[in-house]
Design a protein. Structure first.
Length: 65
C-alpha cells in the first residue's frame, strides 16, 4: 500500500533498513527479529501512549468509539 500510493512510514522503513544492514546479527536471529526488536518497540510505544494520555480525562488512548 505504501509503495502504491508513494507514502513512506518511517518506522517500517527503519525496520526494513535494520534487517537489510544488520548483517549476521539479524540473520542469526531469523524470525526472532520480528519478536525481539519489532514487537518489543511496538508494545513500548503503546504503553508510552497510554501513560502519557492517562492523566487527562478529555484525552484518552485508545479512544472509545
Amino acid at each position: 500500500i505504501m509503495t502504491r500510493f508513494g507514502y513512506m512510514h518511517p518506522p517500517s522503513g527503519g525496520t526494513a533498513l535494520t534487517a537489510l544492514i544488520g548483517g549476521d546479527a539479524v540473520t542469526d536471529l531469523g524470525f526472532e527479529f520480528i519478536w525481539r526488536p519489532v514487537l518489543l518497540n511496538a508494545v513500548l510505544l503503546v504503553l508510552l501512549a497510554v501513560a502519557i494520555n492517562a492523566p487527562f480525562k478529555w484525552r484518552r488512548y485508545p479512544a472509545k468509539t
